[in-house]
Design a protein around this ligand. Structure first.
Ligand code: XMP
Ligand code: MG
Length: 184
């Protein structure tokens, strides 16, 4: 049963639906990475819960590393130029990278990040995102694995935050407008 949070207007994707899609993604990734050297790259902090569940559904050997980035400019729209707050600890030269993201909106953040990592001599680089918003058509970046398409609304939960809150919700939900208005 889903425990509702008082600030959530509606649940977009419930826990069961999330978990069953993640199982499917894990199967697909397992098939594609047989005899590869899979290194999962978690983009902190939003992708933490997704990556933890996804990794448990991947049946080939893998390693994990974590990266934290922050975007320059105003916070409501992505500029695409990111600053590395925490870099990888692993050498990625010659490895098969899979970037794990929470949500792709315009695609600018990931497009910048993947170019940066490709420059370090990886053997292959693919992207897996839990959520994708329709605006992505703006960039030509290829997203190899997508969990769900979501409407152009601000979503929280399962790793995604508003002002660092709601990351712990086990589902993806839409916040009530008054939560934003209080803070504006
Ligand atoms: P771009 O436009 O570069 O943006 O693809 C991706 C980043 O924007 C953030 N983002 C969201 N975060 N709920 C969130 O919690 C949302 O609905 C949302 N839409 C975009 C997120 O940090 C992502 O990495
Ligand atoms: Mg993110």
């Amino acid at each position: 049963m889903t425990i509702m949070n008082k600030d959530v207007k509606k649940v977009l994707i419930d826990q069961e639906t999330l978990q069953s899609r993640i199982k499917e993604l894990g199967k697909e990734i397992s098939k594609d990475y047989i005899a590869k050297d899979l290194l999962l790259i978690c983009v902190l902090k939003g992708a933490v819960l997704f990556m933890a569940d996804l990794a448990q559904n991947i049946e080939v050997p893998l390693e994990m590393d974590f990266m934290a980035i922050s975007s320059y400019g105003n916070s409501t729209e992505s500029s695409g130029v990111v600053r590395i707050v925490k870099d990888l600890e692993t050498s990625i030269e010659g490895r098969d990278l899979l970037i794990v993201e929470d949500i792709v909106d315009s695609g600018l953040t990931l497009s910048y990040l993947s170019e940066l990592l490709k420059g370090r001599g990886v053997r292959s680089l693919k992207i897996c995102t839990l959520l994708e918003k329709p605006a992505r058509k703006a960039t030509d970046i290829t997203i190899d694995y997508v969990g769900f398409q979501v409407p152009d609304e601000f979503v929280v939960g399962y790793g995604l935050d508003y002002a660092e809150k709601y990351r712990n919700l086990p589902y993806i939900g839409v916040l009530k407008e008054e939560v934003y208005q209080q803070n504006n």
